[in-house]
Write a protein that binds this ligand. Structure first.
Ligand code: PBG
Length: 331
């Protein structure tokens, strides 16, 4: 921008375009739209189960029948997609529940696709919820092994596709998982199933409440040997580039609000459909402050999501998706 060529005050008066709601709407550069929203849901076995989670008001562990109810409400509100997580009955050291034919995610996907065929069902592909130690890969001698974990991740993704998942979203952060998953999907006849990779996923303290819902807290150590260091932006771009080269169709930045610079650079650099995940801790902060009357929940939620859109996010993964859908309704 050449500052010399711009008109200056009193010719220039930016407030001219802020005089009325209609005028402000006319010149708004960014919009929030219900079509951009994805609602995360947590499935566990049982029926009529709706178990609240302390750290996340409005979020529940749901049995498959309740998932269908929740998804139906979301769908009727215009939310086009859900992101499905599973909490298995049993955990072990090879994450058997993650790729079991009758695993909780597989069963729930089948039911969802039967009851709500036009709802997009995206599945989170990870091992941590299914591992007794809570890590996202196979563990040996206190280390999280990369290459042996790829097989299990690929198997998990293929089992989700087989159950009817419309898209798979690997969140483990092992190197090479997108390539392994693409190869396995193609070989199993799911060449049309897109991959949304959690491409720039940071080792973040904002995931705290999620681990309570998903029961996936690591039993030793932390995730810093596979998730990214919050200090790094150039590395995030390399991570994303690598996932794209391996076959990612959409890329995600996670968390969202504290990483808007990453969202912006990823969108500008690669131009792929880019998702922002407003994670559990972001949700919890807004809820907690709103409950105390310190902030306006609706205004702060919408402003945060708009900021992600302004940064370049096309897709917004948010626990508030249903509230947002209601708030965006005309009238
Ligand atoms: C699983 C996974 C996590 C989240 C999404 N997938 C937790 C983690 O990495 O520990 C976090 C989502 C949230 O906080 O809302 N790997």
């Amino acid at each position: 921008m050449n500052i010399q060529s711009l008109a200056s005050f009193p010719v220039a008066r930016p407030r001219r375009l802020r005089q009325s709601p209609a005028l402000r709407r006319l010149v708004a550069e960014t919009q929030l739209n219900v079509a951009q929203l994805v609602l995360p849901l947590f499935a566990r076995s049982g029926s009529k189960l709706r178990r609240p989670v302390d750290a996340m008001p409005g979020v529940f562990q749901l049995s498959p029948d309740e998932i269908v109810r929740e998804a139906t409400t979301a769908y009727e509100l215009g939310v086009p997609a859900v992101l499905l997580f599973g909490i298995p009955d049993k955990k072990d050291a090879k994450a058997s529940g993650a790729y079991a034919k009758k695993g909780i995610v597989q069963e729930t996907v089948r039911l969802l696709k039967k009851e709500l065929p036009s709802l997009l069902v995206i599945t989170d592909v990870c091992l941590c919820e299914y591992m007794s130690h809570g890590h996202c890969g196979i563990v040996a001698d206190g280390k999280i092994l990369n290459d042996p974990s790829l097989k299990l991740l690929a198997r998990t993704a293929a089992s989700h596709a087989e159950a009817g998942a419309d898209m798979v979203a690997p969140s483990d952060m092992m190197d090479g998982r997108v390539r392994a998953i693409r190869a396995e999907l193609d070989q199993a006849g799911f060449g049309d199933t897109p991959i949304m990779s959690y491409a720039a996923k940071f080792a973040s303290a904002f995931y705290g409440p999620f681990r309570e819902v998903a029961e996936s807290t690591p039993q030793f150590g932390d995730r810093r040997s596979y998730q990214m260091d919050a200090a790094n932006a150039s590395e995030a771009l390399r991570e994303v580039a690598q996932d794209i080269q391996e076959g990612a169709d959409l890329v995600m930045v996670k968390p969202a609000l504290a990483y808007l610079d990453i969202i912006q650079r990823v969108k500008a650099e690669f131009g792929l459909p880019t998702a922002a995940y407003a994670v559990s801790g972001e949700h919890a902060m807004i809820k907690a402050a709103a409950q105390r009357g310190w902030i306006d929940e609706k205004a702060v939620t919408l402003e945060s999501l708009l900021a992600m859109r302004r940064a370049g996010a096309d897709i917004l993964i948010t626990y508030a998706a249903m509230d947002v859908a209601r708030w965006l309704r005309p009238g």
